[in-house]
Design a protein around this ligand. Structure first.
Ligand code: TAP
Length: 489
């Protein structure tokens, strides 16, 4: 079994207590590695290293070109390791290998994209009326805590590390306790890049409630960028408020509507409903888990969803024929099964799946995708984020009702609309209060385009121009050009 150290102040370390945590393969339930279970003391050391690297290190004075080159080198090194990293991601997280391959490729693109931004950070001249000049400088926000979830381990790390590095920040990354392995492999890549000063990136493994909480409560951290549940996002905001009013960006949960009008292209629409909800085992913040279908095609649509779902192979992600892997853990599987039971009790009709798989998959955390029909939007399965392959199919009468149902949720991360009528599509796009709207597709995500939510799905945006702005402060500079005395007194 492999043991991974964490990465603090440019050194690989086991931490002060050398206590380790077991890391599992969710397809088999076996322990595959051990990583340090860091303490608050370890976290403080990492914060100190990042603080020191920001306040006294050379990184902050690197030119944009120098920082950009570091990012390009990370991208190149990641690309060379892509096959190995994708396999490790699948073994640790469970997702099908093809999806891990996409994730690693997207992580490479993310470092390249933000590498390009490093040379394009500039402020503007402000048109003030007096004989003076005002301009804005963009400066790195400082020491950043980056806290990420387990559903896209390496990719979520890239989404945060790449813009923070491009901006000139220093950072402490805390991966989710279940999935630290690809991030710790990335630490080796970072360490091999000579131009990256020690202490700029620190990676601390451990429990969220301990080291994650210490990071968000620290007075020495200037910003926390978090992706995870709305519940923990709330704790992070509280910790930021109670400590030093650190900046916070939050990418939180969702319960996204995927809306199908009767004039949609039927076959792609059915596939879009399944892909939107079941990709990555449904462990996706933007999962289209509320499938709103117009009454006139409802029965035919549900029937087609069932038939297509029967063809989805479920099993270990390393076997390329499988399109659905295991859920992340036994605990999470039980939570999702709990929602299947709840849906039945609430009176929704379970028309397909929802059972744990036995036989040679019994030791892993495999669940048949579940389809609930005749769901009403008030049911818990339509309101709460399940984070598993559970589809709630809700009928609607007309456009007005579709929009009302789509917006009837505390979340506002994403949504999709399927129709051949471009005018109707655009009306729905405008009416749904969410951060990402797709038309005739669901889930494509690009590093060039902003990502984030309305309402309780978060604060701020990642990726695109917004992604770099997240890690910058704006400093307004005023230069008096008048030689005359002020004449005030
Ligand atoms: P969480 O339980 O919220 O955990 C996310 C991260 O926060 C983990 O690293 C976790 O550490 C850490 N954490 C836990 N308690 C903490 C605390 N008190 N203070 C600071 N950090 C703490 O979410 P998850 O189960 O890993 O991921 C699923 C959630 O992430 C879903 O709600 C999903 O919608 C959301 N998500 C959102 C997006 C976007 S872009 N909006 C993308 C992906 C996922 P441990 O692992 O040690 O608990």
């Amino acid at each position: 079994m492999k043991t991974y150290p964490m990465y603090v102040a440019g050194e690989f370390t086991a931490g002060v207590t050398t206590q380790m945590m077991d890391i599992y393969n969710p397809a088999t339930g076996e322990v595959i590695a051990q990583v340090p279970q860091a303490t608050r003391q370890d976290m403080e050391r990492a914060i100190e290293a990042a603080r020191n690297a920001f306040d006294r290190g050379p990184w902050r004075n690197f030119t944009g070109q120098q920082r950009g080159r570091v990012l390009f080198k990370i991208a190149d090194a990641l690309r060379k390791e892509a096959a190995r990293l994708a396999e490790l991601e699948t073994v640790n997280m469970g997702k099908p290998l093809t999806e891990s391959e996409y994730d690693v490729a997207d992580a490479v693109t993310c470092f390249e994209y933000f590498g390009g931004w490093a040379t394009k950070i500039f402020g503007e001249v402000n048109p003030i009326p007096d004989n003076a000049m005002s301009f804005t400088l963009k400066e790195p926000v400082g020491v950043c805590g980056l806290i990420i979830p387990w559903n896209y381990p390496l990719l979520m790390a890239a989404w945060k590390l790449a813009p923070a590095l491009a901006a000139g920040c220093t950072m402490i990354l805390k991966p989710a306790e279940a999935t630290p392995l690809t991030v710790l492999e990335l630490a080796k890549i970072l360490d091999a890049i000579e131009e990256l000063p020690k202490g700029v990136v620190n990676i601390v493994t451990g429990l969220g409630e301990e080291v994650g909480a210490a990071l968000s409560a620290s007075h020495k951290v200037d910003k926390v960028a978090f992706t995870g549940s709305t519940e923990v996002g709330r704790l992070i905001m509280q910790a930021a408020a109670k400590s030093n009013i650190k900046k916070v960006t939050l990418e939180l949960g969702g319960k996204s509507p995927n809306i199908f009008f009767s004039d949609a292209d039927f076959t792609p629409a059915v596939e879009g409903a399944l892909f939107g909800c079941f990709v990555n085992q449904g462990e996706v913040c933007s999962a289209g888990s509320r499938i709103l279908v117009q009454e006139t095609i409802y029965d035919k649509f549900v029937e087609a969803m069932i038939e297509k779902t029967k063809t989805i192979h479920i099993g270990p992600g390393l076997d390329r024929s499988n399109k659905l892997g295991p859920l992340i853990s036994e605990e999470h599987l039980q939570r999702v099964e709990g929602y299947v039971e709840k849906g039945k009790k609430e009176g929704a009709r379970l028309v397909y799946g929802g059972k744990r798989l036995g036989g040679n998959l019994a030791k892993g955390y495999f669940l048949e995708p579940a389809i609930f029909a005749h769901v009403t939007n008030a049911m818990a399965i339509a309101q709460e984020e399940i984070f598993g392959p559970v589809a709630s199919v809700i009928p609607f009468k007309d456009e007005e009702e579709a929009v009302r149902l789509a917006n009837d949720t505390p979340y506002g991360l994403a949504g999709a609309v399927w129709t051949r009528d471009i005018f109707k599509a655009f009306r729905v796009v405008r009416a749904v209060r969410a951060g990402i709207l797709w038309v005739n597709h669901m889930q494509p995500t690009y590093v060039e385009a902003p990502w984030g939510g309305y309402k309780q799905s978060g604060i701020g945006r990642e990726l695109g121009r917004y992604g770099i702005e997240n890690f910058l402060e704006a400093k307004q500079v005023y230069i008096n050009l008048s030689e005359a005395p002020l004449g005030w007194y």
